[in-house]
Design a protein around this ligand. Structure first.
Ligand code: IPM
Ligand code: MG
Length: 368
């Protein structure tokens, strides 16, 4: 009997349950129509976990995630939990998951599909054919640096502080991932930091330079300040192939890159570490304003699952099929609200999931 691939699903908050439900449909379809099979477990993260277990990621859930190895997450956070302390907020559950599983390399591909070219706020000639991969360091930097806190400084005044910190091994290991990926693509890397004002940025630049000289001199390396990178992404995005950057700049630059593609609802991500574990999640958040209304775009989550097929389950063949099906749906001019355009048909989250499955069926029929 074929091995069952273990998949842990953490729907989370807001639109998370709606978009992950569409992936569950897809796993069912793949089991009936290919030789793959899954063992799926589900649990809570974020606000949903706070409501159920009192913490945003329980130790049991974390252990299950570690055992299962491959995790698909929806989204976390929402106004309901906005006033809670930072270390027990919904977001803290996700940060703990990333940190505890040592998922230090976050891959965020920003690809502009031809059918969506008009959904971008930039001119079509600027974004046509765009294919950028952001490699964001995910378990270090100011997100985790100590000390951090808010303290009283007397006279009713306070001081809030965080620490931006990177070590040589942290920079080198994410750098290696980025260089290796660049070799399989356009063979070019932009490394982004603020070496002009931050010591951690200066170290980042020096270590990436060293790594390049030692092992990757065949790859073109360009150093760029992060603010300039933000500007260049809008001015001339096609100059980029792979961008490697730290946790905070990566968070910001990937949201910006996502909008080049037309909608945050399109961007998938994969977070990988040293020992074969993988966390797959859409780049978008929990979008509480549209939660429960069937308006969310499930494509970022479906494409994240395709990344799981590719990187964790080593089934590039199936990943290709899912990605082509998503493109096919867009070519059929079916759109969720976030990517709606004149002349297209607006459909619900559920109908978008069904349309992807319809496109997979069609591809089988055409191949027969
Ligand atoms: C992301 C999100 C998260 C982050 C939040 C939800 C903690 O914005 O994955 O980009 O800041 O990393
Ligand atoms: Mg973000």
């Amino acid at each position: 009997m074929a091995v069952k691939h273990k998949l842990m699903i953490l729907p989370g908050d807001g639109i998370g349950p709606e978009v992950t439900a569409e992936v569950k449909k897809l796993t069912g379809w793949l089991e009936s129509n290919s030789d793959i099979s899954f063992e799926i477990e589900e649990d809570e993260i974020g606000g949903a976990a706070i409501d159920k277990y009192g913490v945003p990621l329980s130790d049991e859930t974390l252990k299950k995630c570690a055992d299962m190895g491959t995790i698909l997450m929806g989204a976390v956070g929402g106004p309901k939990w906005d006033d809670i302390d930072y270390n027990i907020r919904p977001e803290a559950g996700l940060l703990k998951l990333r940190k505890e599983l040592d998922l230090f390399a976050n891959l965020r591909p920003a690809i502009v599909f031809d059918a969506l070219i008009d959904a971008s706020t930039l001119k079509p000639e600027i974004v046509k054919g765009l294919d950028i991969l952001i490699v964001r360091e995910l378990t270090g930097g100011v997100y985790f640096g100590e000390p951090r806190g808010i303290e009283d400084i007397g006279n009713g005044e306070r001081r809030g502080f965080n620490t931006q910190v990177y070590t040589t091994p942290e920079i080198r290991r994410v750098g290696c991932v980025a260089f290796e990926l660049a070799r399989k693509r356009g063979n070019k890397i932009h490394s982004c930091e603020k070496a002009n004002v931050m010591e951690s940025g200066k170290l980042w630049r020096e270590e990436i330079t060293k790594l390049h000289q030692e092992h990757y001199s065949d790859v073109e390396l360009i150093h760029m300040y992060a603010d300039n990178c933000a500007m260049q992404l809008l001015r001339n995005p096609s100059q980029f192939d792979v961008i490697v950057t730290d946790n905070l700049f990566g968070d910001i630059l990937s949201d910006e890159a996502a909008m080049l593609t037309g909608s945050l609802g399109m961007l998938p991500s994969a977070s990988l570490g040293g020992d074969d574990k993988g966390l797959y999640e859409p780049v978008h958040g929990s979008a509480p304003d549209i939660a429960g209304q069937g308006k969310a775009n499930p494509l970022a989550t479906i494409l994240s699952f395709a990344m799981a097929l590719r990187y964790s389950f080593e089934r590039s063949d199936l990943a290709d099929r899912v990605e082509h099906a998503a493109q096919d749906v867009l070519t059929q001019e079916l759109r969720t609200a976030d990517i709606m355009a004149v002349g297209c048909t607006e459909i619900s989250t559920n109908a978008m999931g069904d349309a992807v499955i319809g496109a997979l069926d069609k591809a089988i029929a055409e191949a027969a």
